[in-house]
Write a protein that binds this ligand. Structure first.
Ligand code: ZN
Ligand code: MN
Length: 142
């Protein structure tokens, strides 16, 4: 879904959209970097110097609640945000912290987990950890 369609859907639900909020959404749709709230703040601030971190947080919360973005939380580390709300897998560099999409079909295991656990399965999350190609070039692995 593009920004115009998302804005239209949210407007129909009565969600107010400022140019700052639109810039946050557009950044998340165009970037593949899975930015933190702080990185989003610095990006949007370049265009809208008056934007506050609070606006970033409440816009991210709203977009997440309406199912337009994903939040990838990492325990005590900052969450990363993803403009692709469909479940997909990620690979994380343990050295530089880069988060990249891993393009492969979803594993068909929700039904198996339901049967084994008795849980109603809402979804699953899968991440791989490693050293990205740029970090491999930086210094030899030991
Ligand atoms: Zn790296
Ligand atoms: Mn992603």
């Amino acid at each position: 879904m593009d920004a115009i369609e998302i804005l239209k859907q949210l407007k129909d639900k009565g969600v107010r959209f400022t140019p700052q909020r639109q810039a946050i959404l557009e950044f998340l749709l165009e970037t593949v970097s899975h930015p933190t709230a702080d990185e989003i703040y610095h990006h949007v601030k370049a265009k809208f110097p008056g934007v506050s971190l609070g606006t970033i947080y409440n816009t991210l919360k709203m977009l997440k609640e309406h199912g337009h973005i994903l939040e990838l939380s990492y325990g005590d580390m900052s969450s990363r945000f993803d403009g692709n709300p469909q479940n997909h897998y990620h690979i994380v560099c343990s050295k530089c912290g880069k988060v990249a999409d891993l393009h492969r079909p979803l594993l068909d295991i929700n039904q198996e987990v339901r049967e084994k656990s008795g849980f109603i399965i809402m979804g699953h999350r899968l991440e791989f950890y490693g050293i990205c190609s740029e970090c491999q070039n930086d210094e030899p692995l030991n």
